[in-house]
Write a protein that binds this ligand. Structure first.
Ligand code: OOG
Ligand code: MG
Length: 257
């Protein structure tokens, strides 16, 4: 049986991102399953590497109920981050470069040495050098931000840009820190890091396990986004966005009009 056209689907999604033009969902029409969807994601990453971008880490998606409910997909997923997606803390993004950008508050890890595949992580502080508040800017390439599980995986889990706030040493507990997302000084979302799989440290175990299934090993020095603690909110031109995580501090970005 001939499988889905992985290269063709990656090109369609890559062009949608490059031109900030939504495309229709494609998994049902092309017979894309989860494994083939990760193959599309790898082809999309290769497309970025071919134009000089560098892989700098991984992101988790749908690690909280709030996110699963918002998009109607209830499986944990993972995607790739490149250097070009990183926006300096306090920096500006051009909303016109995106289709329908949304922002969400996250916790980032800076990875240290990880165990060999199959070995347990052991102590979290051996695997993670530092933690930081973060903002992820997601921008589904699908019309109306509507997709199935294979669709969103193929679309690199809607990854578009991210901001990492100041790094701190790993605090004693990460599992119950208050999280706020503010837009123009007003609280837009309130949550807790407990929303992230009960404890954001679990997101790393899941990342190692799920990426490992597709032959991807996390590396020392990589960034890791544990997934949003709250639902995402639309990013409007001119908005000033802050994510505040108790004990960790603040990450911010501005949307240039
Ligand atoms: C999928 C990406 C989810 C998260 O943090 O849960 C994600 C989406 O919501 O479009 O990045
Ligand atoms: Mg996210």
């Amino acid at each position: 049986m001939i499988g889905p056209d992985v290269a063709g689907i990656a090109e369609r999604l890559g062009l949608a991102a490059d031109t900030a033009t939504a495309t229709g969902q494609l998994a049902a029409e092309t017979g894309l399953d989860v494994d083939a969807a990760y193959a599309v994601q790898t082809a999309l990453l290769q497309r970025r590497l071919d134009r000089g971008e560098r892989l700098v880490g991984l992101k988790m998606g749908l690690t909280s109920r709030a996110k699963m409910a918002q998009v109607g997909v209830d499986e944990v997923i993972w995607g790739r981050l490149t250097d070009v997606m990183r926006v300096p803390d306090g920096g500006a993004v051009d909303v016109g470069a995106y289709i329908h950008p949304r922002v969400e508050p996250e916790v980032a890890f800076l990875l240290d040495r990880l165990p060999e595949p199959g070995e347990p992580i052991g102590d979290f502080t051996d695997a993670v050098r530092a933690v930081a508040p973060a903002i992820e800017l997601i921008d589904s390439r699908y019309a109306d931000f509507v997709f199935s599980l294979p669709d969103v995986i193929a679309d690199n889990t809607s990854a578009a840009a991210f901001v990492i706030g100041p790094w701190s040493p790993v605090p004693d507990g990460l599992e119950n820190l208050g999280v706020l997302l503010e837009v123009d000084g007003r609280v837009a979302q309130v949550g807790s890091t407990a929303a992230i799989l009960g404890d954001p440290r679990r997101a790393l175990d899941e990342g190692i396990r799920l990426a490992g299934r597709h032959g991807v090993r996390l590396r020392e020095g990589w960034l890791f986004l544990a997934g949003a603690a709250t639902a995402a909110v639309p990013l409007r031109p001119g908005a000033h966005v802050r994510a505040v995580v108790e004990k960790l501090g603040t990450a911010s970005l501005r949307a240039a009009s």
